[in-house]
Design a protein around this ligand. Structure first.
Ligand code: ZN
Length: 287
């Protein structure tokens, strides 16, 4: 299970594109998976001949700035960006294989947006303003940019279990399933703690942990090639995707709670007073 790229990985992809693609001109864009392209005006052919100006991140969305346009990408769970020094000249076969969209640059390099598996969730939008992408318009403040006061106010604005609220992109943008497990472990808080009952001292710990975990992951991710980012993410995890392994802090066994299409991991000693969480409480977590 790889999981969806979150704030640190998307930040690293944006940095990578700023270094490698900015200053180049788009030669052409080919769309192989029609369903991945969510917009039709302007058409992708409008990108041909325009310069790549940079790349940015909005929550977990990657924003490639081309001329006055924005190619905004949500990689979803199985999506990824593969940069190649040389793309070759073989045309894409529409509807075949994992490549959804290919951007060819004027020096023969470029990148493929790919999606493994059968669940096709990768989404690309060509827009004049990033805010016209519905998912971007709904984003709350960035999890790393919010100050302590904003952070606490946003978390308390939504009554619910910490795990669900922390991963709600309209509350705070950028944190997903993997890093929320890591943040809650670092903060020594239960994933099921209720947000509006959280004491100030616990909220302060949550804020500190969010910054520490995300900053550390950004630090490890930026500078990595796109190809090695996923393994870099896995290597830095304390509890996420480590069910049955010892907690690196206390040695207790990392436990898991499963949902129908996801799971969370936590350490009972560090986070829940040594008590395993009951699965039946979970239905309230998934909304
Ligand atoms: Zn522990």
């Amino acid at each position: 299970m790889e999981g969806m790229p979150e704030l640190p990985e998307v930040e690293a992809l944006a940095e990578f594109l700023r270094e490698r693609a900015a200053g180049r001109t788009v030669d052409r864009v080919d769309v192989s998976a029609i369903s991945a392209l969510k917009t039709y005006d302007p058409p992708v052919s409008a990108l041909s001949g325009l310069p790549v100006r940079g790349a940015a991140r909005h929550g977990k969305f990657l924003d490639i700035e081309v001329g006055e346009l924005h190619l905004v990408i949500h990689l979803a769970r199985a999506g990824w960006l593969h940069y190649r020094e040389s793309l070759g000249t073989t045309p894409l076969k529409p509807g075949k294989g994992p490549i959804a969209l290919r951007v060819r640059l004027d020096d023969g390099s470029g990148f493929d947006l790919t999606e493994a598996g059968t669940q096709k969730k990768l989404a690309a939008y060509l827009v004049r303003e990033p805010g016209s992408v519905p998912g971007v318009a709904k984003l709350g403040p960035d999890a790393l940019a919010a100050d302590a006061e904003t952070f606490a106010a946003r978390i308390r604005s939504r009554r619910g279990q910490l795990k669900g609220v922390l991963t709600d992109q309209s509350v705070l943008a950028g944190v997903g399933n993997a890093y929320s497990d890591e943040i809650l472990h670092a903060a020594k808080l239960s994933p099921f703690a209720i947000t509006d009952k959280l004491p100030d001292e616990a909220m302060a710990r949550l804020y500190e942990a969010t910054h520490a975990v995300l900053r550390d992951a950004v630090g490890r991710s930026v500078g990595q090639k796109a190809a090695t980012l996923k393994s870099e993410k896995r290597s830095g995890l304390a509890v996420h995707a480590r069910t049955g392994l010892p907690c690196p802090v206390c040695g207790d066994t990392v436990r898991e709670v499963s949902f129908h299409d996801s799971s969370l991991q936590y350490c009972p000693t560090c986070q829940t007073g040594g008590k395993p969480l009951a699965d039946r409480r979970l239905s309230r977590l998934v909304r």
